[in-house]
Design a protein around this ligand. Structure first.
Ligand SMILES: Cc1cc2nc3c(=O)[nH]c(=O)nc-3n(C[C@H](O)[C@H](O)[C@H](O)COP(=O)(O)O)c2cc1C
Length: 317
């Protein structure tokens, strides 16, 4: 079911000639590594006395039905499907999840937030710093639940050899602190991949960090989050929430993200495939099917809920 849905969407996007949007920077290493890493971990089964676990998550003022959310994206959605942002938010809402917008700030962001589905919005570190403050103000006025900054696109974004975003520059810690001060919503820093940046995120007052290599759209040869999670979790010592994304495709992948210490797991490309395949219904089905997989496997590792998961359940191959 899940693989058929993703396959159908992949084919439609390819027929539309938009599959380049889903490729990655320069050599393509990141996309490959973002899948291969999952094969390195298996689960410690504890089948005796297993109970049906609770998937719900309370985080930064929101209660979500499961730890599976959308990763920040705007641009590909209306390209792949007209009216797709509204269909995506409604499909995510049907499944009790969260919409996360990226660049550009959607023109209908207020309408999306008015749907009643939780919405988060991330903005880029534009070289013209006024544009960052303006974008943060716009998304707040639209009524999003969380605001965020992409710390990892200071050198722009690139797919294969083609520059996609180029009007950005790296942020300083001082600037991040000022931006945090300018908002009254939970503040999320996306694109953290080292203990050093994680510590700076905590110092800046980030309520959450997204450990992410941006799905391979920024710099080549960045590690997968699993390669740096231990150092990051150890550095932040619970002072900020941890969200992870990059290559998550099945409920079992999500469980590995939780085992590494994340509270939420983000999906990028799978949302686009599901939307292309079947609109609102496709997005809803994607999240619900992944939830079902997660529920089964979470029960079989002996967990009662999502928050008690830790790396004890993992056996490295
Ligand atoms: C076409 C496309 C557009 C994206 N746009 C943004 C964006 O505007 N802002 C952002 O923070 N991340 C953006 N991302 C990265 C995603 O938020 C996420 O980190 C990544 O896609 C996760 O990996 P996955 O696609 O393997 O699930 C984009 C990703 C894709 C594929």
């Amino acid at each position: 079911m899940l693989s058929e849905l993703m396959e159908k969407g992949r084919k439609i996007i390819s027929e539309q000639n938009y599959d380049f949007l889903l490729e990655s920077v320069e050599t393509g290493f990141i996309l490959k590594n973002n899948r291969e890493i999952f094969e390195k971990y298996t689960f410690r089964q504890k089948a005796i006395d297993a109970v049906e676990p609770d998937l719900s998550v309370n985080i930064l003022g929101l209660t979500l039905k499961s730890p599976i959310v959308m990763s920040a994206m705007t641009m590909p959605i209306p390209v792949i499907r007209k009216g797709g942002l509204m269909e995506t938010v409604l499909g995510l809402g049907d499944a009790g999840s969260l919409l996360w917008t990226g660049t550009p700030v959607p023109e209908n962001l207020k309408e999306l937030a008015d749907s009643g589905v939780p919405v988060a919005a991330t903005v880029k570190p534009f070289t013209d710093r006024r544009k960052i403050f303006e974008a943060l103000e716009t998304v707040q006025k639209a009524g999003v639940a969380w605001v965020g900054l992409e710390t990892d696109v200071g050198w722009g974004t690139k797919i294969r050899d083609r520059a996609v975003v180029s009007d950005c520059s790296p942020l300083s810690l001082t600037e991040i602190k000022e931006l945090k001060q300018s908002t009254d919503r939970p503040f999320v820093l996306k694109g953290i991949l080292s203990r050093e940046d994680a510590l700076k995120a905590v110092e800046a007052g980030a309520d959450a960090i997204v450990v992410s290599n941006h799905g391979g759209h920024t710099l080549d040869y960045l590690p997968h989050p699993f390669q740096v999670m231990d150092e990051i979790v150890g550095a932040v010592k619970g002072e900020t929430e941890i969200i992870v994304d990059g290559g998550f495709r099945r409920g079992s992948d999500v469980l590995k993200g939780l085992a590494f210490g994340a509270s939420l797991v983000g999906l990028g490309r799978p949302i686009l495939w599901a939307l292309a395949a079947d609109g609102r219904e496709g997005v809803k089905t994607l999240i619900e099917e992944m939830n079902k997989e997660l529920l089964r496997i979470l029960g079989m590792v002996g967990a009662k809920n999502v928050s008690e998961i830790n790396s004890d359940i993992l056996i490295r191959t």
